[in-house]
Design a protein around this ligand. Structure first.
Ligand code: HEC
Ligand code: HEC
Ligand code: HEC
Ligand code: HEC
Ligand code: HEC
Ligand code: HEC
Ligand code: HEC
Ligand code: HEC
Ligand code: HEC
Ligand code: HEC
Length: 316
């Protein structure tokens, strides 16, 4: 899935062009990890010389002579560790991301001769990361995040992360830094227990982009996003309640949080039902007052409101 050679060609291209001066949507962390006693850097054999451009690859050991801190910490970075586990003898080394470094080295550290993602444009950095990660994240460039100039290093920190998957902060803290409206929803009296750690934003969303609206992981219109966990509502039922299929779960529920029990969109169940069902015929049990909003909720009788295999009126 990841093409080292292609990555290196790109790396060379980056080394040849001076870093753009644009700022990123969210400045990348520049702090380095201070984890003590990391094992010695994996010795990375010098990569093959680049066919075009001026700079050549010098290998991670050379970088380490001046950047001891970054090099030491990188031994435990997933870019070293996991790539080794997956059988790539060299791992991903400094120059795969920073570009061929010979000119930077021979000039004693001229910063214009090396690609620094913290100074690169958002697009440039994303393209660099995607040269290896587009297999897992093919839809990123047309995701709402990319379109809003939120890039890989807005959420991930290569050198500074202490979280899983190199996140800058754990979920949902990371998300709430920007999505303050959503934060409010999860503070409502009834909410999916994301703050409590029971489920994650990314159980429902793939922030790297999907074909669905709102970056949802699966189809919203067919309710799959909800019924993968709430299997009892999946159906099909002999007697379907039309709006469950027609309007979907969000026709009656708010997915993040609500002031109303059961995440309902309205405070009164009976008012919710009556947005579609006109107050009921006198010839039926409703004529005795059952179903009027002062009395028991409609669902005290219509218990199987999401659909039934037994009763046309969802009583059983
Ligand atoms: C001879 C010493 C030396 C070697 C070897 C060296 N660097 Fe540097 N590097 C420096 C100095 C000096 C700076 C500037 C530091 C500063 O301004 O704080 C620097 C800065 C950087 C920066 C930040 C650039 C910026 O815009 O601020 C990156 C990224 C970098 N080096 C990567 C590498 C990589 C990758 C290698 C191996 C290919 C490497 N360096 C090898 C001395 C070196
Ligand atoms: C997977 C890509 C990647 C690899 C591999 C990588 N870096 Fe970086 N590096 C970055 C990014 C992105 C930044 C910008 C800051 C950040 O996001 O952490 C950076 C920043 C830096 C800086 C600037 C100072 C700083 O800490 O912000 C130096 C120096 C540096 N890297 C050196 C190295 C060295 C040495 C290696 C190899 C041991 C290495 N990098 C491997 C992506 C990478
Ligand atoms: C040269 C190829 C290459 C480049 C460039 C690269 N990566 Fe990676 N990345 C890898 C490999 C290989 C792994 C190890 C995971 C695996 O084996 O699938 C990895 C792992 C990761 C992980 C997962 C860590 C985990 O714990 O699961 C994240 C997040 C990541 N990279 C982000 C980035 C970002 C952000 C950039 C750009 C700054 C970047 N990568 C650039 C190849 C690359
Ligand atoms: C809005 C924040 C955000 C942005 C932007 C972002 N990521 Fe992630 N990334 C996450 C979160 C959260 C996870 C862990 C949950 C998950 O896998 O969905 C993750 C997981 C990953 C993983 C490991 C698991 C996997 O699915 O492969 C990789 C690799 C990765 N991201 C690479 C990237 C790259 C490359 C970019 C830029 C093209 C990027 N990310 C942009 C938040 C982000
Ligand atoms: C139980 C599944 C689920 C979880 C967990 C979840 N979301 Fe959502 N989210 C949705 C659905 C479904 C929509 C689309 C709503 C619609 O179409 O009416 C949505 C919409 C959104 C939107 C678009 C604006 C809006 O409010 O409609 C944002 C932003 C968002 N979610 C962020 C988050 C963040 C951040 C988290 C974690 C703190 C999170 N979501 C957790 C299901 C979820
Ligand atoms: C650096 C700021 C930032 C971070 C961090 C961030 N987002 Fe976003 N997100 C945005 C922006 C900006 C947009 C596009 C504008 C909008 O729709 O709000 C967006 C869009 C979205 C959307 C699509 C909304 C829609 O209407 O289609 C979802 C869903 C979402 N983000 C979820 C998340 C989740 C989950 C996380 C945490 C893992 C996260 N975001 C982290 C800034 C961020
Ligand atoms: C990742 C699994 C998961 C997904 C996906 C999911 N839920 Fe949930 N949901 C739960 C769990 C666990 C609970 C019970 C714990 C709690 O109160 O949060 C719950 C509770 C609920 C409740 C009852 C709340 C109460 O007060 O009793 C409703 C209603 C609900 N979910 C609707 C939805 C809808 C609508 C969707 C799709 C947008 C959805 N869920 C997607 C896991 C999930
Ligand atoms: C026509 C409106 C409506 C639709 C559409 C709807 N629900 Fe409900 N749902 C309700 C009502 C009303 C309740 C409260 C039932 C009660 O209080 O007895 C409820 C309760 C729930 C509960 C709480 C557990 C329970 O059995 O009381 C979950 C979970 C749930 N719904 C999930 C879903 C899912 C998933 C979908 C989409 C497949 C969905 N709902 C579609 C009206 C609806
Ligand atoms: C978004 C509109 C909508 C909402 C809200 C709604 N329904 Fe329905 N309901 C329908 C439609 C449409 C039908 C199918 C009517 C038909 O086939 O004649 C239906 C069918 C029914 C039936 C079966 C009627 C029959 O003759 O088969 C019952 C019982 C019912 N709904 C009760 C409720 C209750 C109780 C609530 C509140 C929890 C509710 N509905 C909320 C639209 C809605
Ligand atoms: C005391 C129990 C009870 C309550 C409360 C109740 N219903 Fe019913 N409902 C029934 C029974 C029993 C039937 C079947 C009647 C029949 O077959 O003649 C029914 C039938 C229906 C039907 C099918 C069409 C019809 O009129 O025969 C709809 C729609 C309906 N109810 C909606 C509602 C709504 C909306 C509410 C709340 C405002 C509600 N019901 C409250 C017991 C109840």
């Amino acid at each position: 899935m990841f093409l080292l050679a292609a990555g290196m060609l790109c790396a060379a291209a980056f080394a040849a062009s001076p870093p753009a001066a644009q700022a990123q949507a969210a400045p990348a962390t520049t702090a380095t990890s201070t984890t003590p006693a990391a094992p010695a850097t994996q010795s990375a054999p010098a990569a093959p010389a680049t066919p075009t451009g001026h700079a050549e690859f010098v290998g991670a050991d050379t970088c380490a002579t001046c950047h001891a801190e970054e090099a030491k910490n990188f031994a435990t970075n997933p870019h070293t560790k996991m790539a080794l586990m997956h059988g790539n003898a060299n791992g991903v080394t400094c120059e795969n991301c920073h570009g061929a470094g010979s000119e930077h080295v021979s000039s004693g550290g001229d910063v214009t001769k090396i690609f620094d993602p913290a100074k690169g444009s958002r697009k440039e950095v994303d393209a660099k990361c995607l040269s290896c990660h587009s297999g897992a994240h093919p839809d990123f460039m047309r995701s709402p995040h990319a379109k809003a100039n939120v890039g890989c290093t807005s959420c991930h920190s290569i050198h500074g992360s202490k979280e899983e998957t190199l996140l800058k902060a754990p979920q949902p803290t990371l998300c709430f830094q920007c999505h303050t409206d959503t934060k409010a929803a999860f503070n409502m009296p009834f909410h999916h227990q994301v703050n409590e750690g029971l489920i994650k934003c990314t159980d429902c969303h793939d922030v790297h982009g999907t074909f669905e609206k709102s970056n949802l992981r699966s189809r919203n219109d067919s309710n799959l996003i909800c019924t993968k966990c709430h299997t009892e509502m999946r159906g099909p039922f002999v007697y379907e309640h039309t709006p469950v299929k027609a309007e979907g779960c969000m026709g009656c529920h708010s997915p993040h949080g609500s002031q109303n029990a059961r995440l309902l969109n309205m405070p009164s169940i009976n008012n919710l039902c009556n947005t579609c069902h006109s107050p009921v015929a006198s010839a039926t049990i409703h004529g005795q007052g059952a179903g009027s909003s002062e009395l028991a909720p409609c669902t005290s009788c219509h218990t199987y409101i999401h659909g039934s295999n037994i009763n046309v009126a969802f009583l059983r």
